[in-house]
Structure formats: C-alpha cells, structure tokens
Write a protein that binds this ligand. Structure first.
Ligand code: NAD
Length: 258
C-alpha cells in the first residue's frame, strides 16, 4: 500500500492512559511508533509507559491548559518526527435542556464539557500541527495525520446529551476546515465517531446495563474493544488517501432517543 512511513516516527495521544487512548497507544507502539501519552492521570500514564518500554513515554497535564499542551507536544517532537496526533481525552455529561423541576441546564456544566472536549482538542490539534508543519516532509509531501475523537452522539444525540452532542458536533465540524487549512503542509485530519466501547467510562455501569447496551448494537452484539479503535487509528495513519472524513466505528448502532 502506498502509505505513510511510520518507522522512526513519533505520536502524541491525549487521554492515552485509559480506554480508547490506551488502545491507540498499544496499536501504535506495536507498529514501532514512539508514543507520548499526554494525560492528567499521571499514575495511569506512567503505568502504561512502564509496561510498554522504550517506545512509550508520558507527560502529565491537562488538555485545557495551553502550556501543558505545548510541553507535551515539545516532548513528543523531541524523539523523532511527530507524524501522528490523536485526541482521545474527553468525557460525557448527562443533563437536559431543562431539569425535572423545569429549571434550565446548568451553564457551568455545559462550559466544562466544551472546554474539555472542544478546546482541549483545539489546543492539541493546533500546537501539534504547528510542530508537524515545521518538520521535513516524507517523499510524497506528507507530514502527518491528526485523528480526533467525536462520538455517534455528534449525529444521534440522545435525551440528556445536550452538552456532549454539542461538543462532539464541534469536533466533527472542525475537521473539514482543519483538513483544508493543513493540506498545504501535507497534514491530513480525520475523525472517529465511536459507538459503545468497553472502557473504564462504561465500566462504571452495572454489568446488567452493559449487557443491555451490547444487545442494542446491530452486529456484532458486543461493546467495541479499545484495540479495535487503535487498529482504525493505525490504518488512518498508514493510509495516505484517507483525509477529511469521519468514520463511525459502532457495529452499525443508531442511538435511540434514550
Ligand atoms: N467509551 C465509549 O463508549 C465512547 C463512545 C464515544 C466517544 N467516546 C469518546 O472517546 C474519548 C475517550 O473515551 P474513553 O471511553 O476512552 O474514556 P476514559 O475515561 O477511559 O479515558 C479518558 C482519558 O482522558 C483523560 N483525561 C480526561 N480529561 C483530561 C484532561 N482535561 N486533560 C488530560 N487528560 C484528560 C483521563 O484521565 C483518561 O485517561 C472521549 O472523548 C469520549 O467522549 C467514548
């Protein structure tokens, strides 16, 4: 396949200490990519980096803090050409437009989710793109790829997902202008919209509820595995002809209103 050479390349993965981010780190390290895990969970980041050995390192910090993001990008770019940026740090929130007592959705909660899921993605995407743009291109003119994490909630927002769907819709919306902006420097921008994945986020639910969620998937009737997410990121990195596209990775699920 005529694709991006990852040998000797570096990657930065936000939220890399857990769930989809950790699945991505494992897939990229398996492919020989040097990974910088950027996560506010220092203990989790260190444990994974220690387990994976010399190809993994970490930076403890917050994606909503621009200085932390710059520090993480600088460290990732030190060890080799920064070719892969993956934004996985993010979280959900449950809250309706109006609460059961008809009071309005809390503004602080709405802001918190946009700050983490949108501004966090913006911070790392812009700083990483700046570093990637300054490195030598590969033979085909390519400098790298940025993969952002949305959610099927960007399209099938459920009852109580006002803040979360707004944030994931913004992640999808940023992709095309970003891919257009960065085409002149040979950087591709892609988005994955995951369905229901078996990560610590869903692990908080009782087993019975997890089983019910798995049964709601079209086929296969199971929660997605972080390794399947990591495999798609790796394919996106390798396949130079994929650009400016959002791929649902969801077993065909379409989320109902609730
Ligand atoms: N699990 C799912 O089913 C699912 C479905 C759709 C979308 N997603 C999205 O995928 C992404 C990853 O989800 P996950 O299930 O792997 O979650 P997770 O909770 O397992 O992992 C998220 C990681 O992000 C880190 N993080 C959170 N806030 C941070 C911050 N401010 N700065 C730095 N790091 C921070 C956490 O410490 C954690 O290690 C999220 O954006 C989530 O919205 C997940």
């Amino acid at each position: 396949m005529p694709g991006m050479e990852l040998n000797g390349a570096s990657a930065i993965i936000t939220g890399g200490a857990s769930g989809l981010g950790a699945g991505t780190v494992r897939a990229l390290v398996d492919a020989g990519v040097r990974c910088t895990i950027f996560d506010r969970n220092e203990g989790g980041a260190k444990t994974l980096a220690d387990e994976l050995g010399s190809l993994a390192n970490y930076v403890a910090g917050d994606v909503t803090n621009p200085d932390d993001c710059q520090r993480a990008v600088d460290q990732a770019a030190q060890g080799g050409a920064l070719r892969v940026t993956v934004n996985c740090a993010g979280t959900g929130w449950v809250g309706r437009v109006i609460n059961k007592d008809n009071s309005p959705h809390d503004l602080g909660a709405f802001r918190f989710i946009q700050d983490l899921n949108v501004i966090g993605t913006f911070n790392v995407m812009t700083k990483a793109a700046s570093a990637m743009a300054q490195q030598e291109p590969l033979a085909n003119g390519e400098r790298g790829v940025i993969v952002n994490t949305a959610s099927v909630a960007a399209f099938d927002g459920q009852i109580g997902q006002l803040a979360y769907s707004a944030s994931k819709g913004a992640v999808v919306g940023m992709m095309l202008p970003a891919a257009r902006d960065l085409s002149v420097v040979g950087i591709r921008v892609l988005t994955i919209a995951p369905g229901l994945f078996d990560t610590p986020l869903l692990g908080l639910l009782p087993e019975e509820q997890r089983q019910a969620l798995a049964q709601s998937v079209l086929f296969p009737k199971m929660l997605g595995a972080p390794a399947q997410y990591g495999a798609l990121v790796l394919h996106m990195a390798l396949n130079s002809y994929l650009n400016a596209e959002v791929i649902r990775l969801d077993g065909g699920i379409r989320m109902p209103p609730k």
